[in-house]
Design a protein around this ligand. Sequence first.
Ligand code: FES
Ligand code: FES
Length: 217
Amino acid sequence: MKESDAVDPARRDALVLGRNLLVGGAAACWIGAPPAQAVATAKADAPVMRTLSLRINGTAKTLELDTRTTLLDALREHLHLTGTKKGCDHGQCGACTVIAGGRRINACLSLAVMHDGDEITTIEGLGTPGRLHPMQAAFVHHDAYQCGYCTPGQICSSVAMLEELRRGIPSNAAADVAATPASTPDELRERMSGNICRCGAYSNIIDAITEVAGARP
Ligand code: FES
Ligand code: FES
């Protein structure tokens, strides 16, 4: 043994005592009762379940959900309606747009429990492959997509948006509405500004919406 490896017996005893105190102290933390604050935190994090009824695409559904579940997760994870897409999950892209009680909403920003009793329409409820909604058919006709990820949200949003126009509901940019007659491409662009298309298919999307808007009675 080198001289430098020799440890003073008194110092060695102190090190052993310190180690035992550390190990014993840690054990006491795990074995003893958890602190009241930890118990309160665990209780606060415990899920609160609630039964709710939704009418999805014309069909009544009853779900037992954690009250923190978003409408988007209820649709995708619990009802397996995966046509509604999760893009940002933060209310910024519009990929999750559905129609709730006639209004277009971002399903990622809305808790499912807030829609107890509501009528929800998703892309699956607008049309079927053999019988497309006019807006779906117009998107196909005008090639209004590339990857298609934003498309269900674009279509749900545009269907509800044309209904807003029909009912004379102003857009958020009141000045723009006053300056441009309804259904001009600028007006449609402004009203669709909450739906982002990363592929940049905007001009084709507006062409599709314009076609359907023009065909409205
Ligand atoms: Fe909801 Fe982007 S996923 S706005
Ligand atoms: Fe790809 Fe819009 S078609 S994001």
